[in-house]
Design a protein around this ligand. Sequence first.
Ligand code: SIN
Length: 526
Amino acid sequence: MTAPDLRPLIVGSGIAGLYVALRGREAGLAPTIVTKSRLDESNTRYAQGGIAAALGPDDSPARHLADTTAAGDGLVDPAAARILTDEAPRRIADLVRFGVPFDTADGQISLGREAAHSRARIVHAGGDATGFHIEETLRARVLEAGIDIRERTVLARLTPLPDGALVATLAQDGGGTEEVRAAPVVLATGGAGGLYRHSSNPAIATGDGFAVAFRAGALLADMEFIQFHPTAFARPGAPRYLITEALRGEGAKLVNAAGERFLPSGAGRGELAPRDVLCRAIRRELDRSGADHVYLDATGIPRDRLDARFPTISRFLATYGLDLSRDPVPVAPAAHYTIGGVATDLEGRTSLPGLLAVGEVASTGVHGANRLASNSLLEGLVFGERAVRQLRRSSPGGPLPPPVVLDLPSPPGEGEDRREARLAEVQELLWADAGILRSAGGLAAADRRFAELAREAEPPEGTLPGPGANAVVAGRLIVRAALAREESRGAHYRVDFPRPRATWRHALGLRRSPMPSRGERRARRA
Ligand code: SIN
């Protein structure tokens, strides 16, 4: 088969999408970036903590690997995690070369400490504005490089062709649909945190990439592992703004309304215990007290340290009349990160020829059942670099061919109000039944409701799925996987199976069942 004359299409503009586009450009390719909102709007932009890399004199990739493996609770893919931790320092050097202004002291990159890391190894920028600086820097380089960008455009459908190429159906905000043949397509669409009622993610993180890949027949894995962050701002009417773990790394303490510490001694490392341990401890304290938040008390940290290290959080809290150095901050858990996703090999290849997946939308196996803090931006970089190698193998240069414009009607009745109502229902269902504490009863009830929603939301033949339908597909994948995994491991906690089980020490794949043939359908009806 001759290589088709096609160009890479990158879907998403967080760290993974922008980095792949830039490195692809440096390799002589001419990628197009398609992004759901503005080029600079993504989960990356809101990342506070930073990126983990073994850069300190007392550290090594082997230690970083050991911490990553321990956090992943028996499910980390050793080969993937070795690559992640070995290649981390080189990828940080790439970001420095692109101009990301990491914080330094005495000419060396400053390293912070976060939960479940045995060493200080978190590089950060602007104190707690790491994601903002990365996003802004990479965006500036992408614009300078003249990379083709299509904002406010979503990938609505992927259709595999027999020659290994994919037809990507793109839908612009406000109408207009086009189809492009592209090989490869790089999914870098981020996670599904926005499908939960309480989430640290921006509203756009609604799991579209999972839904599109699933519909196209790609294999997904480990969707039950949703990581909750223990400390998001919790004030009625305010966003669940992330209050970074790095504050606990500096010594901030969790207390209840009476100012008492409540973490059980079993939490091991206290405030630096893994996130799932802290989330369950907070959830139990809230159930006990009837309150809807606990407090993060950073008043023991010197004010000049707080100002230097956490300027963004300090500014945010000031708008609510709070001062980190004087006031304990109301916090509660929020959905934060989708650990599972579209299953890939070590080069970003999915089970669907021509489709690569990178970053939060991908499941490389590096996080196992629970992601170590600040390994997520890193995953986008490390596996993004590997995906670029694949792009080089399969793509010639030049811009995308002109689009074939189609006129596909939106699903009937899929107005803005209905979409929002459907999303709100998905958010309530997931928060209630596929949240921090899960059970067979709750998950089975949610699954039944998702089946009804899926019947309602799935587009009729010849129309495109809307965002409400994607939310239903992605939410249902999470519920299905959580119901199937009858154990507790990492970020997945089942009150009816409160311990890990040896028989479940494996990944859980999800794939759409093939459409039955007409003959099979007839036989089933008979
Ligand atoms: C944080 O800053 O607490 C979040 C970092 C992460 O999720 O890796």
